[in-house]
Design a protein around this ligand. Structure first.
Ligand code: AMP
Length: 297
């Protein structure tokens, strides 16, 4: 049964149980089949699919590409959008099938966090340096949720390669650190941010924007480009550039800046002088919808 499915692109499997996923991964490991993994929260878009394509490229035709779809509750704060996070598993499965994915792993909360009970589940992974600022400062329990669930998923899927998006630059950096610090046997690949034609980074959350907010949301990309343009002419103080970008963001009536930061892309330490090679990240609210973006300057 397993052997037949492995050779056939169209026979995509939907795996719901952790035990079945681990068993399948172990079978493939025994056969020296390379596993490439793309963890997602679903409601897939072309950005996610670009990671799937990258995973396929890396594992080759004989390798296996596994996509997980799991809206992880522990990475949402109590006042965040867990309840309204968009979901469409039927469409996601269709997109994965078209993309030649081998397995869609769809665990549920009861499996991932048995009974939501701390007596049954009381372990978490905390990265203590890179996850402090920016997203970590705005969303204090976010990265603990991310590192814990990614650690669990890596243990379940046991991939050689896992692909993450540069769209969530801090997340990718934190995961790279976790993998290095805890000796996970996986190579983390960070794939570029996939954008709409007007520059807006693709995100499942873009769906929440009204037509007017959607038009204004390009301000994140325009701010990144403005910063790029500015450093092209020389070094500039972080405070001055932040003030300029605050002004730019404020030009959009629906936009409310959460943070903008300039930092060293390796250490995520904020810089006082912004130069070419510095990194910018920002988070902007449009109503209840919070969008993030980033880029190398
Ligand atoms: P999410 O479903 O939002 O948790 O994202 C799952 C993975 O897809 C993460 O590694 C994200 O960084 C990545 N991703 C999300 N949006 C994009 C995008 N526009 N371009 C590239 N990767 C993305």
């Amino acid at each position: 049964m397993l052997g037949r499915g492995c050779k056939n692109f169209s026979a995509m499997r939907i795996v719901k149980s952790i035990a079945a996923m681990q068993k399948l991964a172990q079978r493939w490991q025994v056969k020296n089949t390379c596993i490439g993994f793309v963890p997602t929260m679903g409601y897939l878009h072309a950005g996610h699919l670009s990671l799937v394509k990258r995973a396929r490229q890396l594992v080759g035709r004989r390798g296996k590409v596994i996509v997980s779809i799991y809206v992880n509750p522990t990475q949402f704060g109590p006042k965040e959008d867990l309840g309204r996070y968009p979901r469409d598993l039927t469409r996601d499965k269709q997109l994965c099938r078209t993309e030649g994915v081998d397995v869609v792993f769809v665990p549920d909360d009861k499996l991932m966090y048995p009974q939501g009970d701390h007596k049954v589940f009381s372990t978490c992974v905390i990265e203590e340096a890179l996850s402090r600022g920016m997203e970590g400062a705005s969303r204090p329990t976010h990265f603990r949720g991310v590192t814990t669930v990614v650690a669990k998923l890596l243990n379940i899927v046991q991939p050689e390669i896992a692909v993450f998006g540069a769209k969530d630059f801090q997340q990718a950096t934190v995961i790279q650190r976790m993998v290095r610090d805890l000796n996970f046997r996986v190579k983390i690949i960070v794939a570029p941010t996939y954008r709409e034609s007007d520059g807006l980074a693709m995100s499942s959350r873009n769906n929440f924007l009204s037509a007017d907010e959607r038009r204004q949301a390009t301000i994140l990309w325009r701010a990144i480009r403005q910063a790029r343009q500015t450093v092209r002419t020389g070094t500039v103080s972080s405070e001055r550039l932040k003030a300029e970008l605050r002004h730019t963001i404020a030009s959009q009536p629906a936009a409310r800046l959460d943070y903008v930061e300039f930092f060293d892309p390796d250490t995520l330490v904020p810089v006082k002088k912004v130069t070419r090679g510095s990194h910018i990240a920002l988070a902007v609210f449009f109503g209840k919808t919070r969008l993030i973006d980033n880029g190398r300057l």
